[in-house]
Design a protein around this ligand. Structure first.
Ligand code: NAD
Ligand code: MG
Length: 398
């Protein structure tokens, strides 16, 4: 017998993480009730999910999308009510009927709703790493004050969470931990030369060898900015400074991360590279449920390889470490500039090396600016860094 039915809001339901979450949910009828689903502009996809999961609310990015969804829902006789905008996202994330919020919007756009869930004391299944990178202290304070719990979805952080002592609080270093090792697949350009990378196309950058993900995080994996953002995420979640966080390239993506203890023990979590494992872990925590992921056969995998990351070809890793050491507004600036640069790369406006170029310029320009002390200040820093980064695009177009 499992615990009582959990009522769930999924922010970013039409994305890679959102769909994987609904896949796990559908495997456990009666265990989860879907209260609200959100999408930015994919009306047809969100309506299809509403017809299947019958949430109370569907939230879209703007009024036109919500009107289109409303018409389709009415035509199909589905009682789901379509809302729109950031306030509605925050409302379904903080709604009293909801106990669990999957925060799976991509980028800074996910922050406001994640904070609303934190203030309302929800169990937050945090895929949106950008929330922690932009607003680590503000977000964790909102969690403390609201009585929220954070369960990491990012596969590395979920692995670390599983390797730490039970009951470990987020934001505080666990006793006896010497360091944390984040594994990285190395992305599609692990073996590419700098010259090849300078010519990389969006299609090549998005062709991840092991994981199927949204386009933004796929490009972040190709630059290894994803691992850089994850270092910052890990620092906030697990209360460790930059000097105690390592990155290890592991091309098979079977070992999802490791915790090293003072006595020399290293605990790792292993599994096939499929996000339904961390999602199922967080959905059911502290229980365990079937995720639909095939059992791991180490005999089939054969060998596990590890190598140090190459700081020359992947400057974004160094930039993220610098931002983490600098603290203050630097991680927020880095994240904002990266989002602008990745969007420009995907739109064919800048070359692949331009992403690191824009991020580096934005970091340098932000100096030693203090961190935002509340959500509004964080959003202001984010806005200014985006505007600066847009100004840099022309210089980096090459
Ligand atoms: P995705 O692009 O596949 O989906 C993003 C979702 O967010 C979609 O539902 C989209 O409609 C919605 N969205 C996009 N822009 C929005 C906006 N401005 N306002 C409101 N909603 C918006 O992304 P994804 O790969 O599922 O990643 C989601 C988050 O999870 C990211 O923060 C990513 O870093 C993190 N994550 C993803 C994976 C993965 O395997 N995909 C792994 C670890 C962490
Ligand atoms: Mg990850």
């Amino acid at each position: 017998m499992h615990s009582a039915t959990r009522t769930l809001t999924i922010l970013g339901a039409t994305g890679s993480i959102g769909l994987s979450t609904l896949d796990v949910v559908a495997r456990h009828p009666g265990r989860y009730r879907v209260f609200a689903l959100s999408a930015h502009r994919q009306v047809d996809a969100l309506v299809a999910l509403c017809l299947r999961h019958r949430p109370v609310f569907a939230v879209l990015g703007d009024a036109a999308a919500a009107a289109a969804a409303r018409a389709q829902l009415a035509a199909a006789g589905c009682p789901t009510e379509a809302l729109c905008g950031e306030a509605a996202l925050a409302e379904v994330a903080a709604h009293p009927q909801v106990d669990t919020v999957m925060a799976a919007i991509v980028g800074a756009a996910g922050l406001t709703a994640a904070i609303a869930a934190a203030r309302a004391g929800k169990r937050i299944l945090l895929a949106n790493k950008e929330s922690l990178v932009m607003a680590g202290e503000v977000f964790l304070r909102a969690c403390r004050e609201g009585g929220a719990t954070v369960l990491p979805i990012d596969s590395e952080h979920n692995a670390i969470f599983q390797c730490l002592p039970p009951g470990q609080r987020t934001g505080a270093a666990a006793p006896g931990v010497r360091r944390i090792v984040l594994t990285a697949s190395g992305g599609p350009f692990r073996r590419a030369s700098a010259a090849e990378m300078s010519q990389a196309t969006p299609a090549q950058a998005c062709a991840h060898p092991n994981w199927s993900m949204g386009r933004k995080i796929s490009v972040d994996s190709a630059t290894m900015m994803n691992k850089g953002l994850e270092l910052i995420e890990a620092s906030y979640l697990f209360g460790l400074p930059e000097s105690r966080l390592d990155v290890l390239v592991h091309p098979q993506s079977i070992v999802h991360s490791m915790v090293e203890y003072e006595d020399g023990s290293m605990l790792a979590q292993l599994g096939n590279p499929d996000m339904r494992t961390p999602i199922a872990h967080a959905l059911a925590h502290p229980e365990r449920i079937d995720s639909g992921v095939a059992p791991l056969s180490l005999a089939m995998v054969g060998s596990l390889d590890f190598e140090a990351p190459d700081p020359q070809r992947f400057p974004c890793l160094r930039l993220a470490r610098e931002a983490l050491r600098a603290g203050g507004a630097a991680p927020c600036v880095l994240n904002a500039a990266n989002e602008i640069a990745v969007a420009a790369f995907l739109a064919g406006e800048i070359g692949f090396p331009g992403i690191a170029g824009v991020a580096e310029a934005a970091l340098a320009a932000s100096g030693s600016r203090a961190a935002g002390s509340d959500l509004d200040e964080v959003l202001e820093i984010d806005r200014e860094a985006r505007s600066f980064a847009r100004g840099q695009l022309a210089r980096c177009a090459a």
